[in-house]
Structures are given as C-alpha cells and as structure tokens.
Design a binder for this molecule. Structure first.
Ligand code: 4AD
Ligand code: MG
Length: 440
C-alpha cells in the first residue's frame, strides 16, 4: 500500500500521494463535484473529487456510497487554509471494504438525535467527532494522572475489586454471591492502599469503582474510574498541596496536547489556562458563611443548614466565586466517612478536603487524613454499625506501627466532564453505567 498514513499526521505529507484507511463520515455533492469527508479514528479530512479527474467507476462508487462504509482512500494531500485541519485530499482512488446497505443506513445521522436514542446507540455514537475527541481527552487525563504519581515517587498498587466490606457506606453497595459468601464490588480502593502505603510509603491505585447510586444526576455513574493516592506520614496540608499540583498537571497536559480536540468539543480553553496551583482553600465554616451572606443578599434560593453537607446548588455557588478549583476543608465529622481523623482543635470536624471544580462542576476530589489511633478507629467502626470482623485486618494497620497518613480519590469522569465542559458524565466514558442503563 503506497505511503499509508493517518489523518492526524497528514501535514507532514503535503504534496504527496498517500493512503488512508477509515470510514466515510459525510458526503456532499455539487454537480460534477463530490466532497466526501473521511474519518480514520485520528481525525477527519475533506476530500475533493471532480468527475473529470477520476476514473468513472471511482466517481460513481463514491457518489452513491453510504455513510460509515469502510474504505481505503488514495489521494494527494493539499494544504487549504479554509479546511479545519488545514489540509484536503484530492482523491484518486477509493476501495470499499464494506458498503453499508441502503436498507440499514447508519442510524446516527448528522441531524440532532435525542439523548436516549444516542445512548441506545452508544457503540455507534462514539464514532462522531465530538465523542471521539472526548474519549481522546479522557485517555490523556488518565495517562497524565498516572504519570503524575509515577514520576513523583509513588508505586502503583491496585486493590481488589471484589471485597468483603464497605468503604464508603453501606447504602450504595453492589452485593454479589461469592461461592455462598456475600461479597461487594469495591466503592474505593482506599482501605487496601492504606495498607500498601504503610508497606511502600507513597502509593496509588487506579481502577473501576462501583456505587449503587439510586440518584439520577448529571454527576453520578454506578461504575466509574477512580485514581487514589495514599501517603504515609502525610497530614492534611501536605495532602491539599498534592491535590492542587496533581490537578494542575492534568489540566496543563490536556491543554498542551488537545487544542484541536477541545475546539471540536467547543471548550472555552481560557477557563482552563488559569488552572495553576496554588488553589484557594477555605474551611467548611467559611464556606457556610459565604452561603449565609449569599442567602441574605438574595443570591441563592435555599438557605444552607449549618452542619449539613453541601448540596449541588451550594457547591455551584461556592465554586463560582473562583477561577480555579476551590479546596473546602474540615467538614463536620458527622457528614463524613468513619475513617477520617478528627481535627485536634475541634474534634467535631474532620481533617478532610473536597475539591470543587469551577463552573458548577462540583466535587471532583474527596480525601482526608485517616484515623491513626487503634481505639478511636475501633470505636468508629462500632458507631457506624460496621461488622468488626471484616475490619480486623484494617485495624492491624493501627496495631503495627501506625502513623499519620492521608489520601484522596479523584473520579476520572468528573474530571473529564469539567475539563471538556460537558453537561453530563454519560459522555465522559465509553459506555456509561447509570441507574436505568446497562445496554449496550
Ligand atoms: O468522595 P468519595 O466518596 O471518596 C472516596 O471514595 C475516598 N475513599 C477516596 C480516598 O480518599 N481515597 O469519592 C471520591 C471521588 C469523588 O470526589 C468523585 O470525583 C468520584 O470519586 N465519585 C463519583 N464519580 C462518578 N459517579 C459517582 N457515583 C461517584 N461517586 C464518587
Ligand atoms: Mg466525597
């Protein structure tokens, strides 16, 4: 095959005859001229086919070619400043691998289809340029996230997915039968990586996590990917520094490599350029006061009750006050998980932090310093009505050389939604799992 290449690298072949392998994405005809658009997974490019310039059969084949038919295209690359990619291809030959039948046209047409229809055809929807661009950005977010820890002295230690106990509360567990014993799909690898942190110092895990979320929101999936660092001898202030540097690295990496994709997605990149550490840091009490002031001035409808967690409108209001993520620390211990270390200065507060993304995207990171006292942790497990037997191994970490340690988890889909500026997490993952969808 002559000079096989991809659309992403076509610029280095200007003036040459090249071969692309891909699919017919769109076709426009204007008299004796055809304008097919091809896609190959790396991008899209417009072809020009004047009837007089190609063999009759090539023109006729293309003219009646159905969308998403698979093709091998040969042609000459020509720079064109009007083309989105900067190049066009003067088609010389087309070989059809599989022609989509006229009776079963590609269901995702260029016209707008409803969200339910698109989700039902997610396996085909991902072929469209915007969805492909999102998936490429997602891949870079995942790579940059892992790379940040890999290059900063962390060891990746992935926890099991099948677990005997809850990490983040029992109401959202997926239960399964494990050879006549009860087991659960993991909600977070945290408890396990606390143990690998005490073995290896700085560790992280990266994998799918599961929550039987009964709520239908634009932020919740039942299966999502979480990256979680855990660090021995680390306390809350150092954890917050880690989180802000980590997020800055991810956003700056996406900006460096995905300008074209962000343009296809329609993202305002000026909103991302400001994302550099340090981030603003406020306590729960300060955030509550901010909401009180806003309520008194009539800027928000619902009054926040002191002691409660923040609702999604609260988080939106708080995050809208800043041009970068805001870190809210020291929530009331009562609304947080059992394993969080109390603040020595006010034990009703937990040494925890939530990172709220700008533009109303809400919480992207949740983390904390962990209880390091054996007696306190044991009491917390009992207070939360958790089965002590299932946590004996976890208590061992406080029996044998316990140290202060901290970690956080970032949901990849929340990060993708924010960085790409998407309305809903269903577009952030190849196949979203939600309350009422498990197909395809
Ligand atoms: O705040 P969460 O529940 O924290 C934990 O699971 C800790 N054990 C993590 C740790 O300290 N190692 O969840 C962490 C993050 C959230 O901030 C959010 O980004 C994401 O996971 N997340 C979800 N993403 C999509 N769908 C859901 N249902 C999510 N639940 C949490
Ligand atoms: Mg949380």
């Amino acid at each position: 095959m002559s000079n096989l290449t991809t659309i992403a690298t076509i610029g280095s072949h200007e003036g040459q005859t090249i071969t692309l392998r891909g699919w017919l994405y769109n076709l426009r005809a204007s008299g004796k001229l055809l304008f097919p658009i091809f896609r190959d997974g790396s991008g899209t490019i417009q072809g020009i086919v004047p009837k007089a310039a190609v063999p009759e059969e090539v023109f006729e084949t293309l003219k009646s070619l159905t969308l998403e038919s698979s093709v091998i295209v040969t042609g000459k690359v020509r720079a064109d400043s009007r083309a989105p990619s900067g190049y066009e291809i003067d088609v010389e030959n087309v070989e059809v691998i599989q022609r989509v039948a006229d009776e079963t046209p590609f269901p995702i047409q260029l016209k707008e289809a409803g969200v339910d229809f698109l989700m039902e055809h997610r396996h085909l929807w991902i072929r469209t340029p915007r969805q492909s661009a999102i998936l490429r950005v997602r891949a870079t977010i995942m790579r940059a996230a892992a790379e940040y820890f890999d290059t900063n002295g962390f060891t990746r230690t992935d926890p099991p997915i099948l677990t005997p106990a809850a990490c983040e509360g029992t109401s959202e567990l997926f239960e399964m039968d494990y050879f006549d014993e009860k087991a659960y799909l993991t909600q977070s690898g945290q408890l396990y990586i606390e143990s690998t942190a005490l073995a290896l110092g700085k560790v992280y895990s990266f994998g799918p996590t599961f929550r039987a979320e009964k709520s239908k929101t634009r932020r919740h999936l039942t299966e999502f990917w979480m990256i979680e660092p855990e660090v021995a001898f680390c306390e809350l202030p150092e954890l917050m520094e880690l989180a802000e540097n980590f997020i800055s690295h991810i956003v700056q990496t996406v900006l460096k490599h995905h300008q074209a994709d962000l343009k296809v997605i329609g993202r305002d990149v000026t909103k991302l350029e400001t994302i550099q550490a340090p981030f603003p840091k406020i306590s729960y009490d300060e955030a509550h006061q901010m909401l009180e002031d806003a309520f008194e001035k009539g800027l928000i409808e619902n009054r926040h009750t002191y002691g409660d967690d923040f609702g999604s409108p609260d988080e939106t209001y708080i995050s809208n006050q800043y041009d970068r993520p805001v870190m809210v620390h020291r929530y009331p211990a009562a609304v947080k998980a059992f394993y969080m270390q109390p603040d020595a200065e006010d034990p009703t507060k937990a040494l925890c932090v939530d990172v709220l993304a700008p533009e109303g995207y809400g919480e992207i990171i949740g983390g904390s310093q962990r209880v390091d006292s054996y007696n306190l942790l044991r009491q917390r497990i009992l207070d939360h009505n958790l089965p002590l037997e299932a946590f004996e191994w976890y208590l061992d970490l406080r029996r044998y050389g316990s140290v202060p340690h901290s970690g956080f988890g970032m949901g990849i889909e929340r990060a993708v939604a924010w960085i790409c500026g998407l309305d809903h997490v269903r577009e952030t993952i190849p196949f979203a799992r939600t309350l009422n969808r498990i197909y395809p």
